[in-house]
Design a binder for this molecule. Structure first.
Ligand SMILES: CC(=O)N[C@@H](CCC[C@H](N)C(=O)O)C(=O)O
Length: 384
């Protein structure tokens, strides 16, 4: 079968789906994977019952000393696409605004290379649901997906980066991405007539004060050299201008580059929530959930090897990057298996990840596949 990776990318881009609901995406990937592996006597494909949108592909090596894992995420975001692309999202209010369609295409491309030429070590490809929320990596680990022959000895994964030139590889020793905590806050007061605030307890005011006070955590309680982020991306309250809202809901995210910093910010948010409950005489239900979004800590030995390989490869444009405040549940898998996460440049510097206008440059796909294939081959020649 001839695999047209650009067709695959565009087809994946058309059908973005949210965490744990990636059914069309799963079917399209399965079609590609089946076509690639059907005549391959060293490939095993598994769809885990516990995580039905995930796919695991194991290529048995010809003379294996280890199993090397490669992970791609497959979910999308609740963002309305505004790119004007001819292959734009057909799913209203959903978009591959984080470039997981690029990630999947590159993973299928790397798989195709190793189906053509059997690897010496075992290679495990993990198509992971639910990176943006719902902790797909952690669920997979806790469901026992990485046991027996499916257990990788080391794990690699990429994230696309619009600020790097298309096809460039970025990485660093140590922490690549922040850890994150998801924050949900529900405020309950007393609903009432806009004209009689004395008989109501206004949750728009309480929630707004909460937001305002929380903004002082990073500026006043966090070491500026270390830094942190608190963002509330969703605020819902009220129904009409002349009814005082008796309820409000906030949804946000906390980021820090160390686990200690995340826990410190979590503690400060708890204190602010208690203070608001007391001073506004209302109920504040706070839920903090870190789940699998641990800081992404690259393994020192493997990452040094990875960087050396990329720096020496004349076909790779390698760029040393700074730590980023983006999160990734690959951080959880890297807390269980040694490995490396790295960036693949997609050359759209005008836009950030999660932008409704993000347009990855497809020219990133082939150099990405070639750099990763080369790296995995190189790893197979290493004794440790
Ligand atoms: C690369 C990227 O953008 N990742 C997401 C990860 C989501 C983390 C979690 N659901 C949260 O919102 O805290 C990100 O937003 O950084």
């Amino acid at each position: 079968m001839t695999l047209d990776l650009h067709e695959l990318y565009q087809e994946l881009h058309r059908i973005p789906e949210l965490a744990l609901h990636e059914f069309q995406t799963h079917d399209l990937l399965m079609k590609q994977i089946d076509a690639l592996t059907t005549d391959c006597d060293f490939a095993e494909v598994q769809v885990p019952e516990q995580l039905p949108t995930a796919i695991m592909v194991l290529l048995h090596g010809s003379n294996p000393t280890r199993t090397i894992g490669y992970r791609t995420d497959i979910d999308a975001l609740p963002v309305t696409e505004d790119t004007g692309l001819p292959f734009r999202s057909q799913h209203e209010g959903r978009m591959h605004a984080c470039g997981h369609d690029i990630h999947m295409t590159v993973a299928v491309g790397v798989l195709a290379q190793f189906v053509k030429a059997q690897p010496t070590d075992n290679l495990l490809f993990f198509f992971q649901p639910a990176e943006e929320s719902e902790n797909g990596g952690k669920l997979a680990y806790e469901d026992g997906l990485f046991t027996g022959q499916w257990r990788p000895d080391e794990f690699y994964g990429l994230h696309d980066n619009p600020q790097l030139p298309a096809g460039a590889i970025g990485c660093r020793m140590g922490t690549l991405f922040a850890g994150t905590t998801e924050v949900d806050v529900h405020f309950t007061g007393t609903q009432g007539h806009a004209a009689y605030p004395q008989f109501a307890n206004d949750m728009v005011v309480a929630a707004s004060q909460f937001i305002g006070q929380v903004q002082t955590i990073v500026s006043r309680s966090v070491d500026p050299i270390e830094g942190g982020v608190i963002t509330f991306g969703q605020f819902n309250a009220g129904t009409i201008r002349n009814v005082i809202a008796g309820e409000a809901n906030l949804h946000g995210t906390i980021r820090g580059l160390t686990q200690k910093m995340i826990e410190h910010i979590d503690d400060r948010i708890r204190a602010v929530a208690n203070g608001i409950a007391m001073s506004y005489d209302c109920q504040v239900d706070l839920h903090l959930n870190q789940g699998g979004y641990l800081p992404v800590e690259n393994n020192p030995h493997l990452t040094q090897e990875f960087i050396q390989y990329m720096e020496k490869n004349p076909h790779v444009q390698y760029i040393e990057t700074e730590p980023a405040m983006t999160g990734e549940d690959f951080g959880y898998l890297l807390s269980k298996f040694p490995g490396t996460m790295f960036w693949l440049g997609i050359g759209d510097p005008e836009h950030q990840l999660h932008s409704s206008e993000l347009v990855p440059n497809e020219a990133a796909i082939e150099p990405g596949i070639s750099a990763i294939t080369g790296w995995l081959q190189q790893r197979m020649t290493e004794k440790e």
